[in-house]
Write a protein that binds this ligand. Structure first.
Ligand SMILES: C[S@@+](CC[C@H](N)C(=O)[O-])C[C@H]1O[C@@H](n2cnc3c(N)ncnc32)[C@H](O)[C@@H]1O
Length: 412
């Protein structure tokens, strides 16, 4: 298999869709007998529409909302189905809803739907405040496992009381959109590295550390958990999430909520999705064994009564590129089945193993073997200034953020 890049002028096919951002010239990637145009540029920049505040939920390896927005705006119309088989925090799903599209989101990790669905049926801040005020804090709310290395005693009582309340509401069938919103925000605020979280200083919220490591962090930083007002934190984060949401966007999210579908199956076995129904898939798969989703999510799982070990058993962790290809080959076969004729797949891959493995070159043969035409590779390069503070010296360096997206179309 040959992998060659050379400069050519923009050809036919999907080129006009992507060429505008690259001033008319592009490169070409040779994969076997295929010649795929490669567009390199800043496709989504600060100049473009700012992302909605409702997207501001942290999740390991999430992409920016501007990425799905770029494809949704160009490749779909009102009412089309937009899908993400590896939905994560639901970036594609929320963006699709904001654009007035229909939503299907899938992820083997049930935390994905817990973090996404409530942001489609956004409750009023007054309703959230009133509901929080009604949740009784129980004095005796002993927890297993021991979480005292993360949370001060009274904070832990509040968290355990909230957990118990949400569990009872769910079990009784009385859970409503306000409960689900509170669950989503609390899950997001459990642990983190500032006073905006329930915990003492720890890793960022999407990478919960183990209890043993937290004890070490506390010892090293000579810290112990202080009281956090969990209700005030939930309300503050709710306000932040809703801060730039217009009335129209709120209405679009609600409209999408009515028939949005959230699945928790393996991405290569989504038999509940009808054949030929999806106009656009925008997704980013798990990359080899780079991110340890289960280990990072154990506290979020505890709060939501989920079994982290069971979830871990279903998450794709490929040690070798061959294993990853076999798994993704099956995902592409499934995507081909559910995609409409004329529909699209935008498949984002990262640079893994320090750029030694260029996943796009592995993805192109998988998509074409499933029946798709590979229309383009988009390489979005975003330049930003990063400030490195080393021994008191400020260096303003230019950094880059790169996304590589392989774009397929179902032609036949
Ligand atoms: C790179 S993340 C996606 C992040 C997402 N684009 C976002 O913006 O949040 C990959 C996701 O794939 C999920 N996942 C891993 N293996 C899976 C499988 N076999 N089927 C479905 N989902 C899977 C993980 O739980 C994780 O949420």
């Amino acid at each position: 298999m040959t992998h060659a890049l050379r400069n050519v002028s923009v050809g036919a096919g999907a080129a006009p869709l992507f060429a505008a951002a690259t001033r008319g010239t592009t490169e070409e990637l040779g994969v076997g007998t295929l010649r795929i145009p490669v567009y390199r540029g800043e496709f989504w920049t600060a100049k473009q529409r700012q992302a909605s505040s409702i997207q501001e939920i942290s999740y390991r390896a999430c992409f920016k909302p501007q990425l799905p927005a770029y494809f949704i705006a160009r490749l779909t119309g009102p009412g089309d189905i937009v899908y993400d088989p590896f939905s994560g925090r639901g970036t594609t799903a929320i963006e699709a809803a904001l654009h007035g599209r229909c939503v299907i989101a899938n992820d083997v990790n049930p935390l994905s739907a817990i973090l996404t669905q409530p942001r489609l049926e956004v409750p009023d801040l007054d309703a959230i405040e009133a509901r929080l005020g009604k949740i009784r804090v129980r004095a005796n709310s002993g927890t297993a496992p021991d979480l005292s290395m993360f949370f001060q005693r009274d904070t832990l009582r509040e968290i355990a009381s909230l957990r118990g309340y949400l569990r009872r509401r769910h079990a009784s069938g009385n859970e409503d959109a306000t409960d689900r919103w509170i669950r989503m925000v609390a899950t997001n605020r459990l642990t983190g590295h500032s006073k905006g979280f329930f915990s003492v200083y720890t890793l960022p919220p999407n990478q919960a550390t183990s209890a043993e490591n937290q004890i070490k962090i506390n010892r090293k930083l000579r810290q112990k958990p202080e009281y956090r007002d969990t209700r005030a934190i939930i309300l503050r984060k709710s306000r932040q999430l809703q801060r730039n949401l217009s009335t129209e966007e709120r209405a679009r999210l609600h409209a999408a909520a009515a028939n949005a579908r959230f699945l928790t199956t393996a991405a290569d076995d989504t038999r509940d999705i009808r054949e030929g129904s999806v106009q656009l898939t925008v997704t980013s798969p798990p990359f080899l064994d780079v991110v340890q989703y289960a280990r990072d999510n154990w506290l979020r799982c505890w709060f939501n009564g989920l079994d982290a070990a069971d979830i871990a058993a279903h998450i794709t962790m490929s040690r070798t590129i061959e294993e990853w290809e076999a798994r993704m080959g099956r995902v592409f076969a499934e995507l081909y089945r559910i995609t409409k004729r004329g529909g699209w797949v935008a498949f984002e891959v990262g640079e893994v193993r320090k750029g030694r493995i260029r996943l796009e070159e592995h993805v192109i043969p998988l998509g074409t073997a499933a029946g798709f035409a590979c229309e383009a590779v988009l390489i979005n390069q975003q330049r930003f200034t990063k400030t490195a503070n080393i021994w008191g010296v400020n260096n303003n360096e230019l950094g880059t953020n790169t996304n590589r997206i392989v774009v397929f179309r179902k032609i036949r």
